[in-house]
Every structure is written in structure tokens, then in C-alpha cells.
Write a protein that binds this ligand. Structure first.
Ligand code: SAM
Length: 275
């Protein structure tokens, strides 16, 4: 059963506040509180951390997070039209919902925590989702402020995040995510669950930080993966030529005839440290 929080159904909220979905803001809303409840429960327990939600929109997931016991939700929304609707939720849950009218790409997530742990939960706008994930995986200090990320992505992006070496989806994003975190796909969400429906299936991905990633300089790791996957069908001795090619590869014991998609995260780290 969806939570009975005493607030109007989401369709009524959207109508009352004139929240016609905008494509430019990646607005595909979830109106089914059973589904938003299921997403919120993936991040339980919610009472020991600050829950940060990016892109609450009309507040379906926000309401579920509060109903599932979030002590404090900080909701960051770029669309000023949504703020009044979110304020109604804040009034229903006094002291438990802070609303930030901002572009999430400009927000310092470390500063939001008040010193405690953070759980980030979001049905992400597709146009900024990957950039936000990259930012969360590469903060100035590791381990990061977040103890889990529970995020909706297009299924194809989710598959790239969790991909293992030797598979089609394995690429730069998989290496970075595999280096810094443990990532898994929890379940898929069909286009029909959204208003309006997107063209593709979505997936909920959960990441938890790797407390001790193998030491590597981020800029070098990015350089190596960019070169290797930039020409993923070529042998590494060719794709990594500008970085040292065959000599670099043999210096760290990697066969120069291998291709990028066969290298483990550890092997990429070894290469980054040798560049
Ligand atoms: N959480 C709501 C739900 O599940 O129904 C809405 C999800 S909708 C896919 C994405 C939301 O992110 C929209 O409300 C949109 O206005 C907001 N948004 C888009 N770009 C943003 C940005 N750069 N910073 C913060 N919010 C953004």
C-alpha cells in the first residue's frame, strides 16, 4: 500500500501547480507512490544520515523517503515551478525537508551533510545524471561524504556503470565506478511508470564507496582509459601509443596485443601509475 501522508495525489499536485513536464529539464515524473516507496526502501535505513535528493520535481520520491522514515531530506530542484509543491510537503513533515532551489551541478554536496553521513537518492534528470555521478565518484577527498548512491539511470547507462571486463558495456565509466565503488543494478523500471514515458527502460543502480581504492592519480587514470577506450577495437599498443605504447605496457606486464575491454580495473590502475 502506498503511504497515506495526507497530501494530494501527485496528478492533483502537478495540475494545481501547473507542472507540465519540460523536456529540457529531463522531466519524466513518477506518479506511483508504490514505486517511489520501493525505490526509497532500497536506501534504508534513512534515519541515520542526511538524505539528499536531486531533482524532486513534484515530490513523489521525496514523499516516499519521508514516509520511509528519513530524518532529514535535502531536495535540490532546478525548476522554480516545483518549489511551491515541495513547500507543501515540507509543511506536512515539519523540520524534515529542506528545499534548495538550485542547479545540482553547482552544489557542494560535502557542505550539505552538516558533518554526518549522506545518502543520495535520485530519479536523475538524464541530461545531467552521468556528470553528477562522475562528480560523486571523484571528490577532492576519499572516502566521500556519501555512504550510498541510489540512482535511476537509463538502463544502457546503468549497464555501463556496473559492467565487468570482457563485456560489451565495459568502458571508462565502468573502470571509474569499479575503482571507487561497488555498483549493482537493483531493478528495472519500465517507461510506462513515468509521465511522460521516456523512450527507453530505466534501472535503479546502487553504489557504495570502496573504502580503500588502489592508489592512482585520477587525471592519469582518466588519460589512460580515454586513450584505451577511444579506440576500443584496436590493440593497446596502438591506442596507447601517445602515452608510451608497447614500452609502457610491457613495463607493467600487460600484453600489448590486448584490447581495452579485457583489462581489469587493477590493470588500468597499474598503467596509470606507470604513465
Ligand atoms: N524525482 C521526480 C520523480 O521521480 O518524479 C522527478 C524526476 S525527473 C526525471 C528529474 C527532475 O530533476 C526534474 O524535476 C527536473 O526539474 C530536475 N532537474 C533537472 N536538471 C536539474 C539540475 N541540474 N539540478 C537539479 N534538478 C534538476
Amino acid at each position: 500500500m502506498p503511504p497515506t501522508d495526507g497530501l494530494p495525489p501527485l496528478r492533483a499536485v502537478i495540475e494545481a501547480h501547473g507542472l507540465a513536464p519540460k523536456k529540457s529539464l529531463g522531466q519524466n515524473f513518477l506518479l506511483d507512490l508504490n514505486l517511489t516507496g520501493r525505490i526509497a526502501r532500497q536506501a534504508l535505513p534513512l534515519d541515520r544520515a542526511t538524505v539528499v535528493e536531486v531533482g524532486p520535481g513534484p515530490g513523489g520520491l521525496t514523499r516516499a523517503l519521508l514516509a520511509e522514515g528519513a530524518r532529514k531530506v535535502v531536495a535540490i530542484e532546478k525548476d522554480p515551478r516545483c518549489i511551491a509543491a515541495l513547500k507543501e510537503i515540507a509543511a506536512r513533515f515539519p523540520g524534515r525537508l529542506d528545499i534548495l532551489s538550485a542547479d545540482a551541478l553547482d552544489v557542494d554536496f560535502t557542505a550539505l551533510s552538516g558533518g554526518g553521513p549522506v545518502k543520495i537518492v535520485a530519479n536523475l534528470p538524464y541530461n545531467v545524471g552521468t556528470q553528477l555521478l562522475l562528480d560523486w565518484l571523484t571528490p577532492a577527498i576519499w572516502p566521500p561524504v556519501w555512504e550510498s548512491l541510489t540512482l535511476m539511470f537509463q538502463k544502457e547507462v546503468a549497464e555501463r556503470i556496473v559492467a565487468a571486463p570482457g563485456t560489451n558495456h565495459y568502458g571508462r565509466l565502468s573502470v571509474l565506478a569499479g575503482w571507487r565503488a561497488r555498483a549493482k543494478i537493483l531493478f528495472d523500471v519500465s517507461p510506462a511508470a513515468f509521465t511522460p514515458p521516456p523512450k527507453v527502460t530505466s534501472s535503479i543502480v546502487q553504489l557504495t564507496p570502496n573504502p580503500a581504492p588502489e592508489p592512482a592519480a585520477l587525471d592519469k587514470l582518466e588519460k589512460v582509459t580515454a586513450a584505451a577506450f577511444g579506440q576500443r577495437r584496436k590493440m593497446l599498443r596502438q591506442s596507447l601509443k601517445p602515452l608510451g605504447g608497447e614500452a609502457l605496457l610491457t613495463s607493467v606486464g600487460i600484453d600489448p596485443q590486448r584490447r581495452a575491454e579485457t583489462l581489469s580495473v587493477s590493470e588500468f590502475v597499474r598503467l596509470a601509475n606507470a604513465v
